[in-house]
Design a protein around this ligand. Structure first.
Ligand code: ADP
Length: 387
């Protein structure tokens, strides 16, 4: 039985929090966000605790007034959450999982301990250890990743071994994961949902196209253009990750499909994910609705794809900083099966995620045609100054 009103506390008030709240509008939910002043979700949350995501006191205040807590970003005070969980507060996903995921080194060790396929790696504590550890890794390049604090490709450097071995070009000083580089990989993502009752399901596999300059997802396609066998195995591996974590919540499992057909898990995000934005319109149940269901203790919804879809991020243009205007929407909004989402960010900067567009169609070809038109029209310029 559901109480007449459930109070959900969200640590973070970015676009993911905003879309979680939007998805909960048909239900009787009271949302409180914890976030600094300028949060995308601030105008639609019922309540806003203004503060840092590291502030233990503010997190505690949020917990005290919420039936259940969740988070929409990994870089939060996990110690505070562990303490609150030990005191009996309900936190989904468990902060025990977050403490593994916050540390890319622990995450890789978790994959290894559970026989989850992932690219071979070495852990280094500081720059002086690189030379000794590199020879164990195959290939000319390595992916070097700060164990803690990276996001959206920041904290990840793809480096040539020669540059390190012969020229001492080490991009990071601190504790780092060094990973074998997966050449020409196709990047896939499977979002897994699991509720407290142990019900588990996956969303359709998506294929991600990365913007190499920004090091983040630019466009993704659902369904992924892969064989049925690879699709099944990607879903099975993603599901295994969440079962081994005993996870409750929404989890995005990012994977590489190597040239020789191997699936290697890259990383897990314990929250709704950029690679699931399209599910708002393209699936019967979106990743956001699914998380609301899980937080309320309700059964999972149907995750089937209604139509083929693509999602493109609206990223801040290189040439624009500060207040901005989007241009070309008058050509884009009339297109059938096209949905524009804006994240309520007053100012842009290059490559900042400002919104996204979901494009649906009969098949991927039809979707690609619309995508080309959208790319042609969508523009951004500095906002006109008010006189
Ligand atoms: P973040 O957590 O910041 O998203 P990731 O670990 O996902 O960082 O790395 C960002 C991107 O760098 C990946 O999506 C992928 O394009 C590339 N990358 C990371 N690790 C590897 C790897 N081992 N082989 C090939 N490309 C990689």
């Amino acid at each position: 039985m559901l109480p007449s009103k459930t109070s959900i506390g969200i640590i973070g008030g970015g676009q993911l929090g905003k879309m979680l709240i939007e998805a909960g509008q048909p239900w009787n939910i009271h949302y409180t966000i914890l976030e600094m002043d300028n949060a995308p979700a601030k105008d639609i949350a019922n309540q806003h605790i203004v503060g840092s995501l590291q502030d233990a006191e503010k997190i505690k205040a949020l917990a005290l007034q919420s039936d259940v807590l969740t988070y929409e970003i990994e870089h939060i005070n996990v110690e505070a959450l562990l303490e609150l969980e030990a005191q009996g507060h309900k936190i989904i996903p468990s902060p025990k999982i977050l403490s593994i995921i916050q540390d890319k080194g622990l995450q890789k060790l978790f994959f290894k301990a559970n026989n989850i396929p992932s690219s071979p790696f070495e852990l280094v504590d500081n720059a002086s250890e690189w030379a000794a550890k590199l020879p164990a890794l195959n290939g000319h390049k390595v992916a070097a990743k700060l164990r803690k604090g990276g996001y959206d490709g920041k904290g990840v450097e793809l480096v040539n071994k020669v540059d390190i071995e012969q020229h001492g070009k080490i991009p990071f000083e601190g504790a780092v994961v060094l990973e074998e580089f997966v050449e020409n990989a196709i990047e896939l993502s499977v979002i897994v949902a699991r509720n407290e009752q142990g019900e588990i399901c996956t969303f359709p596999t998506v294929e991600m196209a990365f913007d190499p300059k920004a090091n983040l997802v630019d466009i993704l396609f659902a369904p992924a253009n892969i064989s049925e066998a690879i699709d099944q195995s990607a879903k099975a591996i993603a599901q295994k990750c969440i079962e081994c974590l005993n996870g409750v919540g929404i989890f995005a499992v990012e994977m590489f499909l190597s040239q020789d057909g191997q699936i290697l898990v890259n990383e897990i995000a314990p929250r709704p994910h950029n690679s699931g934005h399209h599910t708002i319109e393209a699936c019967y149940t979106s990743q956001y609705e699914q998380l609301n269901r899980i937080l309320l203790g309700m059964p999972l919804g149907d995750t089937s794809l209604i139509q083929a879809a693509a999602m493109m991020n609206i990223l801040g243009f290189e040439s624009v900083n500060g207040p901005y205007e989007l241009t070309g929407l008058e050509h884009i909004l009339p297109m059938p099966g096209v949905f524009v989402h804006l994240y309520n960010k007053a100012e842009t900067k290059p490559m900042r995620k400002m919104g996204h567009i979901t494009i649906m169609g009969e098949d991927l070809e039809a979707v690609l045609d619309k995508l080309k038109t959208i790319k042609q029209y969508l523009g951004m310029r500095a906002a006109a100054q008010n006189a």
